[in-house]
Every structure is written in structure tokens, then in C-alpha cells.
Design a protein around this ligand. Structure first.
Ligand code: PSU
Ligand code: MN
Length: 302
């Protein structure tokens, strides 16, 4: 693989209303075939909002910005694709492997392509029991390194939410409520965590991104966008299922990069598929909002 040639093939999309989409949620976050349907629906949501979707992944060791529909379908069926975060990028490319990119790795590649807005479901964060395991997602660290702005439905509820928020604060990462004054918790719309900053609409959000850029802050921000009300799950129901999933995980001795996929998978079973339905709804909704923000940003900067 000629690395120089591969890098030269990455498009430059600074002036476009481009929105990045990740692929770990496709390969490790949802079962087939809902994963593929969801990935294609997210692209469509972005287009409907006037944006241009670019699904990011690594095919046979080659970084790809803008997978085709057939490639998304193939990746969604590929059970041997590796989960690629920041640390895994060189290895995946060196070995010519096919990999799906996490929030952290997708931010890095999106930035190479000049994409400033990125939609996902929920970012990684500080895991419950981190005192013991030291498990903190490298997604959090990425925001202080890479100026890409992520629309999500809050940190995943499986995490230690107060500590995830403290970590973001320490790193100087803006957490901006999209039409909400409290932090949404992925499967549920609301929480007891107040937010300092609220974006009233996509234009507001784009201005915050633009100003951060003009100040030369060279870091990302996090837009937290609540799941649509009809898909929001009861927080007590979710919490009890998370406890069950965590107990199963302890018994199965799961660690490291397997933790998040394991918990999401167990929750689908424990909630009778409800968590999956909600996950699909929220990620589509985030894609729609990201498309609108990317449009406003392109107008500001075009
Ligand atoms: N959003 C979802 N489902 C997912 C993810 C996000 O709705 O599976 C993925 C993202 O790729 C994120 C990863 O980066 O989960 C977090 O993994 P970890 O906790 O190992 O960093
Ligand atoms: Mn981890």
C-alpha cells in the first residue's frame, strides 16, 4: 500500500456541508441487518437536511471517506472487521485489514478531509467502575486534539455520567445542549445534569463552531441532542437493565475494547429490542441535526 497515494486520495471538503458518519456502530454497535438499514437511513437524513454524508471506514488497509452503499452493506455483514480507534489506525493500515472507525478514529480521518461536523449515537466516556479498570474511552481525549464537532444523544447511559462530564470539563470541551437545558442520556431525553450552553437551532450551533475555529482553539465540541420523545425510554427501566448487563459482563470477564459492544448487545436482549429501536431513532435524529448544522456552517464559511 502506497501511503502517500492513499493520503492524496482523501477529498478536501472544507467548503461543503459535509457530515461524517462512523462505522463502529455499524460493525460492533448493532445487529445485522438493522445496522445496515440504520447506516443508510442516516445518510438519507443528512441529504434531506441539505448536507452531504461521508461514511468513514478502512477497507483492506485503505482509509475511505465516503463508502458506497455496497461497501456499507458489505461492512455491515463483515464479522471480522476490527474496531479501529486512534491506537489501531497504523496497525490496520499496515496489515491491510478492514476496520470500522470509532468516534476517535473517525474524527481524525474527518479532520484530514476537512469535515467539521460528525453525527453518531453516543460517544464513549468514563466507564462505571473505572477506579478499578482505568477504562476511559479515547473518544474523550480526541476532542481536545481534533477540531471536529460531534452531534450525539449524550454519553451512553452505560457510562459513569458525572465523571464523563468532569473529564470533558477538565479537557476544556464545550458540551452544548441542542434545544435542551439538561444532558440527554442516550436512551432517555433528560437528566439532572444542567448544561451551561444551549444552541437554539442549527444556526446557533454553526456560529459556536465558527467562533471556536476563529479563536484557533483546535478542538472539537460536543452537541448533545435528545432522542425524539416517542422513543425515549424510562430511565429506571434502562438503569435496571444496565445493572443486569454489567453483572453479566463481570461474570464473562469482558475487558478493554470489547466492553461497549458487549453491553450494547446485552441491552438489546434484556430490553426486548427496545434499546435498539431507540438507538436507531437517536442516531437518525442526530444525523438530521448534523446535516442542518453543516449547511449553516457552509453558509457562514463559504
Ligand atoms: N454510538 C452508538 N453505538 C456505538 C458507538 C457510538 O450508538 O456502538 C461506538 C462509537 O464508535 C464509539 C464507541 O466511539 O462506541 C465507544 O467505544 P469505547 O467505549 O470502546 O471507546
Ligand atoms: Mn475502553
Amino acid at each position: 500500500m502506497d501511503i502517500q497515494k492513499m493520503l492524496a486520495s482523501i477529498p478536501h471538503l472544507e467548503k461543503e456541508p459535509a457530515v461524517a458518519l462512523e462505522t463502529t456502530v455499524l460493525t460492533h454497535g448493532m445487529p445485522y441487518p438493522q445496522n445496515v438499514e440504520c447506516a443508510l437511513a442516516c445518510e438519507e437524513e443528512i441529504r434531506k437536511a441539505g448536507g452531504k454524508p461521508y461514511t468513514i471506514g478502512i477497507i483492506d488497509g485503505e482509509i475511505r471517506v465516503g463508502l458506497t452503499e455496497d461497501e456499507i452493506k458489505a461492512l455491515g455483514r463483515n464479522t471480522s472487521a476490527i474496531k479501529v480507534s486512534r491506537k489501531d489506525l497504523p496497525y490496520c493500515i499496515a496489515e491491510g485489514l478492514t476496520g470500522s472507525t470509532t468516534v476517535a478514529a473517525t474524527m481524525i480521518i474527518a479532520h484530514m478531509a476537512g469535515i467539521k461536523v460528525f453525527a453518531t449515537g453516543g460517544i464513549g466516556g468514563v466507564h462505571r467502575g473505572f477506579e478499578e479498570t482505568m477504562d476511559v474511552s479515547s473518544d474523550l481525549e480526541e476532542f481536545s486534539k481534533t477540531p471536529v464537532n460531534v452531534v450525539c444523544a449524550g454519553p451512553k447511559a452505560i457510562l459513569d455520567i458525572p465523571r464523563t462530564m468532569e473529564y470533558l470539563e477538565t479537557k476544556g470541551i464545550p458540551v452544548i445542549g441542542y434545544q435542551t437545558e439538561t444532558l440527554p442520556l442516550f436512551y432517555t431525553r433528560e437528566s439532572d445534569f444542567p448544561l451551561d450552553v444551549v444552541a437554539r437551532d442549527a444556526k446557533d450551533a454553526a456560529r459556536l463552531i465558527h467562533i471556536s475555529e476563529m479563536l484557533g482553539l483546535k478542538q472539537g465540541s460536543l452537541f448533545v441532542n435528545p432522542v425524539p420523545v416517542e422513543y425515549s425510554l424510562n430511565p429506571l427501566f434502562v438503569e435496571s437493565k444496565i445493572h443486569e448487563a454489567l453483572a453479566m459482563m463481570a461474570k464473562d470477564g469482558i475487558h478493554g475494547k470489547k466492553v461497549t459492544p458487549y453491553l450494547l448487545d446485552k441491552l438489546v436482549g434484556l430490553t426486548g429490542g427496545k434499546s435498539l429501536e431507540t438507538n436507531i431513532a437517536l442516531i437518525r435524529n442526530n444525523s438530521k441535526v448534523a446535516g442542518a448544522i453543516a449547511c449553516e456552517l457552509a453558509k457562514l464559511q463559504g
